[in-house]
Design a protein around this ligand. Structure first.
Ligand SMILES: Cc1cc2nc3c(=O)[nH]c(=O)nc-3n(C[C@H](O)[C@H](O)[C@H](O)COP(=O)(O)OP(=O)(O)OC[C@H]3O[C@@H](n4cnc5c(N)ncnc54)[C@H](O)[C@@H]3O)c2cc1C
Length: 399
């Protein structure tokens, strides 16, 4: 039987897997399946340029519709895979159609965590282009926008709603914005900037109930809103794998080649739980970089050119004039060193663990970010003096 790769999910990981297979010379059949009806598109612009009205729907497509035809990629839109038969090597659609494979790539991503309290039925979430269209429509007439969750997506939505002249509140359970991934020195800059722009930020605050146009928060106060958005984390899409008996634990467990517990089934991107050498533990990463690089890793394995996954993690967020770029994984740092000036919103934070550089967050310093990715990949750790001296070009360490 000639090789046939079926890919479930046409987001960042699935699309990259299909494109890389052809780029690397794969001559077998490729079937790329998406439950969404839209042509495959990029997600980061949804909470940035697209909802700001600066990028059109066409501008955020990964490839033109001709690409799939030209590269003989059988793209099937609006098809929901409901079941896997790992013994018969088949995927089964909700309608009962079967599609056979020699290799299967699960690129099913993650779904938004939803609020379950009474009154939450009208809350909107952002994950897909269809979600973004629904939010854009409601933003046209909304005056008071409340956002539950002060993480990346919630805050990007807050910034763009504010730029559209809305009255905006952000309700966050933790004591700082983006607390899970950022230290106070960066959270504080974002909080100040949001507040300077007129966003009302509620920290250490839980949403107790939603009563029509009011959110009732932990201290009993009522926040009025005619549009409520929530960004409170995601849950990996593992249901197909779980039901097929593939090992899962906070995502689909994969080895360094993205193989699941079934050798010819791979998982990549938001749904994959892998051992990350930079974090020195198993985790899932929710980022474009991770989805794209894991797609390439899986494809190399399918093509018999196996190379273990070892990519420096990186991520970014844009809010107002603040462009934050993150490289490495800062969790577990015991010390950090600053480069640049906090007061000008242009600085980088270099995180160390036992004198080893483990991550760098760069605010409006893109060159630092690019250097950081190279330093981390080369496992080089600059000294405190080198980092804090802006006259030292950290790039030199790489030569
Ligand atoms: C609004 C927003 C902004 C973001 N901003 C950034 C950013 O600035 N930087 C960054 O690095 N990352 C960002 N991310 C995260 C990034 O988009 C994800 O990490 C990335 O999309 C993961 O790629 P993936 O291929 O794993 O999953 P996805 O891109 O989510 O694709 C998964 C696809 O699988 C489909 N699917 C699932 N189950 C089935 C099934 N049974 N049958 C058929 N199809 C199925 C889903 O419908 C979906 O289309 C953002 C995400 C969102 C939602």
């Amino acid at each position: 039987m000639s090789a046939k790769v079926v890919i479930i999910g046409a987001g960042h990981g699935g699309l990259q897997a299909a494109a890389s297979l052809r780029e690397e010379g794969f001559e077998g059949e490729i079937v790329l399946i998406s439950e969404e009806n839209d042509q495959p598109y990029q997600k980061p612009p949804l909470s940035k340029g697209y909802l700001q009205g600066k990028q059109s729907e066409e501008a955020i497509l990964f490839r033109s519709p001709h690409f799939f035809q030209n590269h003989q990629i059988d793209l099937r839109l609006g098809v929901n895979i409901a079941q896997l038969d790992t013994v018969g090597q088949l995927v089964i659609t909700q309608e009962g159609e079967t599609i056979d494979y020699t290799h299967l790539i699960l690129a099913t991503g993650a779904a938004n965590r939803k609020l379950t309290m009474e009154g939450a039925a009208d809350v909107l979430y952002l994950r897909t282009l269809a979600d973004a269209k629904a939010i854009a429509h409601r933003l046209e007439t909304a005056h008071k926008v409340a956002i539950i969750g002060g993480g990346f997506i919630g805050l990007e939505l807050a910034a763009l709603a504010k730029e559209k002249g809305k009255e905006v509140s952000v309700i966050e359970a933790q004591s700082r914005l983006m607390e899970r991934v950022l230290p106070a020195v960066i959270s504080d800059v974002f909080q100040k900037t949001h507040e300077k722009n007129g966003v009302q930020v509620y920290l250490n605050t839980l949403t107790k109930a939603i009563d029509g146009q009011y959110i009732i928060i932990s201290d009993g106060k009522k926040i009025e809103a005619d549009l409520i958005l929530a960004g409170i984390g995601v849950i990996p899409e593992t249901s197909l794998a779980v039901e097929a008996g593939i090992a899962c634990e906070n995502g689909i467990l994969v080895n360094e080649y993205q193989q699941t517990s079934v050798a010819n089934i791979y998982a990549i991107g938001d749904c994959a739980n892998h051992y990350n050498a930079f974090a020195q533990k198993r985790l899932r990463l929710e980022s474009v970089q991770n989805a794209v690089d894991q797609a390439k890793t899986a494809v190399n394995h399918v093509l018999g050119k196996a190379q273990p996954y070892h990519a420096v993690p990186w991520f970014w967020t844009n809010q107002y004039h603040l462009k934050l770029q993150m490289a490495g994984i800062s969790a577990g740092f015991d010390r950090y060193v600053l480069r640049g000036d906090i007061d000008t919103d242009k600085f980088s934070v270099y995180y160390f663990q036992k004198n080893r550089l483990i991550a760098v967050d760069s605010l409006n310093r893109p060159a630092d970010h690019l250097n950081a990715r190279k330093l981390l990949a080369a496992q080089l750790s600059p000294t405190e003096a080198q980092i804090s001296d802006l006259n030292v070009n950290l790039n030199q360490l790489l030569t």
